[in-house]
Every structure is written in structure tokens, then in C-alpha cells.
Design a binder for this molecule. Sequence first.
Ligand SMILES: Nc1ncnc2c1ncn2[C@@H]1O[C@H](COP(=O)(O)OP(=O)(O)OP(=O)(O)O)[C@@H](O)[C@H]1O
Length: 665
Amino acid sequence: MITAKTSIQELQSLLQQWVELGWLRSLDSALAGFLAEQVPGADPRVLLAAALASHQLGHGHVCLDLAATLAEPDFALSLPPEGEEGLADAWLPSLWLAGLTLSDWQQALAQSPLIAAKGEAERPLVLSGERLYLRRYWSYEQGVAEALAARIRDDRDVPDDLPVWLERLFPEPLRINGERQTDWQKLACALAASSGFTLITGGPGTGKTTTVVRLLALLQGTASQPLRIRLAAPTGKAAARLTESIGNQVVRLPVNETVRAHIPTEVSTLHRLLGSVPGSRHFRHHGGNPLPLDVLVVDEASMIDLEMMHSLLMALPAHARLLLLGDKDQLASVEAGALLGDLCSQAEQGLYTPERKAWLEAVSGEQVAHPSLLAGDSERHALAQRVLMLRYSRRFAGGSGIGRLAEAVNSQQATLARALLGQYDDIASVRIKGEQDSSLNRLLYGGRGKALGYGHYLEVLNNTRPVVNTAFDDNAWHDWADSVLTAFERFRLLCAVRRGPWGVEGLNLRIAGLLHRRGLLSAAEGWYEGRPVLVTRNDYSLGLMNGDIGIALRLPEQDGRAVLRVAFARNDGSNELRFVLPSRLSEVETVFAMTVHKSQGSEFEHTALILPEALNPVLTKELLYTGITRASQHFTLLEPGRNVFEQAIARRVERRSGLLESLQR
Ligand SMILES: Nc1ncnc2c1ncn2[C@@H]1O[C@H](COP(=O)(O)OP(=O)(O)OP(=O)(O)O)[C@@H](O)[C@H]1O
């Protein structure tokens, strides 16, 4: 057990043991070692807390929640889900933390020269109530809370003809099955027109893009001079998808050509917008060199982590409007900080003040009415006045099982979700009996009914290859590569985990082997034609971003030789491709299977989600919801175990942060 009297050597050997077991990262233990050197005789309970606080960042938490750690000590480290055998039991955090009380721990921390209470001079750690932060993350959280608090107070004058504009942009009253319903999109436009900061959340197909395009038309159409509008998303993939859907929407706007011409259709990544400085955490744009824009729209905001949000808010000029769009129910970023989820935690209830509600109804002609709405007050619910939830999905209307399944999972109704899987053609579950189950292979290769499998893109690859002797610079090669990339995006296998037989690593090997045995791939390892790869780290010199997907293809050189190159979409709305030699790609992995986390911001016609055999800490309803909503037309659940789906629905992600508390102060 760790007490004030435990020697530093004993603590360090415990931390070392945890590192060797893979339960703690070496950088977490190194931090404790560094602090011990800084302050000889430091309390071991403080050093332990520092290592654990550092470790939480890897779990997506910006701080260590002391009370939660004492309640479930084994969750503070990364213990393997299946448990350790024998000897490791002696090292369990629950044994080492037994007997430590919250007040003793807090007291030890409060007295330590390593730890600042809020506002104190530079010290490496900050204690805020029951939460312990590394200073950098505490500063980010404070910075974000202060910047958001200022923006939440930023009321904007609305144009006198706002009601006319709303009528023009939303000419038809919304009817669902013939019945008049509240048009939340129209309300979102009204809300966003009246504030410097707005958050619009909604599930897939609820019209976030439609709403924002109409809002931009309204802002541009009523501005005295053209506004500088920029659109951004956290990843290249998400940016490419938004570029496409915005482009489609802008052409249909009922506005004159001048207004239309001033609505951008190109979406950049946040990194590009801010101007990343290669090899550093810094950006070209910051408080001293703010972004030159008047309106910023960021889509897929659930993927923004605390550090990025901090950089963004610091670089945003005070006069600029900020609009965040996203789906609050999706998994948060893998990095620390679940901002969208925190900021939208009361979106279902609305919590509009009576004055706000009356104003919204008067300008829009819509009723702010829904069974889940509650009345709010301006003091306690200032943030809520800037948040709007879109509640009706056009994509998953009527006979779509995907939409209903996503909803059942999100509302944690496991029995209903299970029943739905058998009731709709667009969703299904397949029981997998062991690793060699042929139904799994059939699905991965041939799909299910109209839902495609990986055989499809390989058919496109093999059957539409330009004829022999096609000149090396003929456009036919580009078109062929483009159609192979597009075909590959029609099906994807998603995994909850990386390791084990049902994780990304094992399945990638297995699928490559399967396609090789069927004669569709020339090899199953190394580089081979048809190998799909995922970029795992930004490479500015090649213009490739983490998350980009490419496919290796045999292409002719000028001298007639065929050489393997990896084709990537440029993801900048240009429809251009980039061809890279495999030898230049160091940070890539095969991507027949990918994690649900990595799939965020993407969408596939057919999405299959394979669960592990037994419950595991990463399995939550958010993970299932994110996986299911990646499917646009068909979804297949692959289940090697029993009841794992139901158990995962019952669990939710808990992210620890003090953002809401700081905002409400
Ligand atoms: N008010 C509307 N009137 C007509 N069609 C609409 C309206 N709102 C949305 N749609 C259609 O519904 C579909 C989904 O809308 P949109 O792409 O705006 O949703 P989204 O929430 O941005 O979706 P995603 O989940 O892809 O981010 C689109 O085909 C769009 O044209």
C-alpha cells in the first residue's frame, strides 16, 4: 500500500512494474521520476497521482478524478480487458491504493510544492477540487472555458428582415407523414443569426449541412459587405465529405449569384486552417496573428480535442462568428477532452429561457415544442441558449433500419435494438462461430444481398484496368485509380479493438490471406497491388494526413515499366489524385479492417462492425452508435460472442473534465 512513508525507490519500482506489464506508459512513470528529482523528499502519494494524471490523457480524460480513482483504482491504468494471469495480481492498483482516503490524498496534494491550487504561480500540476491536472491541460481547459464564456455572451443584432429571409430559405412548412412538425433547421438558423457562437448537434442526415449553408446565405445576404467565411473539419476525410455535400447544396440555394459566389464550398482541415508548423505543436495563427475571417464553421466537432479547441479559440478574432456542427452522441476524439459532448450535454432538454423561446417562435413562425424540452433560465443555462439539436433525420426516414437501430442503441434499449436487427432488410446480425467460420469469409468477400464486400473493389481493379500499351500519361490511369478508390469506399469492416482475433491487426492479415487464396491479390503480405493503406501520421512533405486512405496500383512509368504506386484522393475537393511510391510511406497500415475511432468522419454504403468475443472496456453505446451511423445503406453486425452487443449498449463513455463547471462559474 502507498503511504506517506513509502520510499521513492519502492514507488519507482512499482511504476516500473506497471510499465513492464503494459498498464502504464513509460512517459507517465518518467514524469513521476522527473518530479521526484525536482523536489527531493516529495510525498509518494503525490508522485503516484502525477503518473496517474498523465496516464488519464491516454484514456481521453484531461484530468485525474481522485474520487473516481479511489472508487475503481484498476480503471486508472490500462489493464488488459481479459485480466492478467497469476503473478500480476500482486501489482493491482486496487491493492496499492487500498486504505488511501480521498481527504488524505487531497491534503497531501494540497501541501505539495509541486501542486498549485488554481491561479498560483507556475507549478507542474494543478489541483482543482477533486481533479488533478497536468498544468498544460489545466491551462487549455481554463483558456477554452474563458474564451467560450465570452462568446456565449456575444449577442448579435439581427437584420430587420430576418423573418423574410427565414421564409425564403425554408419556404415549405415541415410535414412528416402529412403532419406539421417543428422545423428545427429553421430555428437553428434563427438562433445562429442572433449569436456569435452557435452549436448545432444532430444525428446523421438531420440537416446540419443544409442548415449551415442556408445560414451562410442569410449572413452573406444581409451583410453590408461580403463576409470572409471559412469552413473546416478535423480530418481530411471529413473535410472532403463536407466539401462534396456543401457544393451540392450551394447550387440549390434560392439566392442571387452575388450571394452564392460568396459562399465557399472548399473545406480545409483544422491543421491547414491554423497553419501547422511541421515538427511542432504550434500554429502560424494564434492570438498574436489571428485568422483573417469573419465566420468560421467547423463540422464533425465531436472529433476536436481540448488542445485543438484551445488553439482554434485563441486564433479566432473576437468579432468572428463561430459555428460548431457535430453529433454529440458519437465517440469523442481519442485525444483528451470531449468538448462537444460536454457542451451539448443538455441539448435534448433545450433549456431555452421563456424570452428566448418567444423570440425564436416570433421570428421563425415555428413552435419550440418537443416532449423532452424543459424551460431554462438565463443565469444557469447561458450555454443552452446557444445550442440547438436537430431532431429529424431525412436520411433515415421511414423504412430505414439503420436509423432506428442507431436510435435504440443511443437510448440504451438493448432488447429493442436486438429485435430491430431481425426486422429490416438494411440491417442484420451474423453469428460468427470461430475464426474459420465460412460465413464471415463469405460476407467479407461477397457482402450480403445488395450490400457489397471487398470482392467488389477488386473486380473493379481487375476488370476496368486500362488495356496494355495505354500511354503512361493517358487519363485512363487516373480514372481507373479513381474508380478503384471509390469502389473501395463502398464497404468497410470496422472493429472495436486492435488486438486479438477480432481486432484490426488479426483481421487485416486474415482478409488479405482470404483474398490472396481466391486469386484476387498477388500476395498477402508486404506491398501488393490492391493493398489498401491508412496513413497513421501527418506527412506534410507528401501532403498526406493522418486518416487518408490509398490503394497500391501497378502503373506504367514513362519507360514502359510497371511500378507499384499508392493512389490517394487529394481530399481537397479537386477530384485529383496523388501517386506515391510505397518506399516513401513509412507510417501506414493495411486497412481492410479499421477501428471505429479511425472511421469517424467517413461513411460507407455497407458498414460491417465486428465485436470482440467478450466485453471489453472500450465497448460502449457510443462506439456502437458511431459504427452503425457510418453506414449509409446497409449495416451488418458480426458477433463472435453472445450478448456482447447488449452489454455494450448498457455502458457509456465517461469523460472526466471540469469544462462545464468552469463555464458555469
Ligand atoms: N430542409 C430540407 N429540405 C429538403 N431536403 C433536406 C432538408 N434538410 C436536409 N435535406 C436532405 O437530407 C439529406 C441530409 O441532409 P444534410 O446532408 O444536410 O444532413 P447532415 O446532418 O449534414 O448529414 P451528415 O450526417 O452527413 O453530416 C440531404 O440529402 C439533404 O439534401
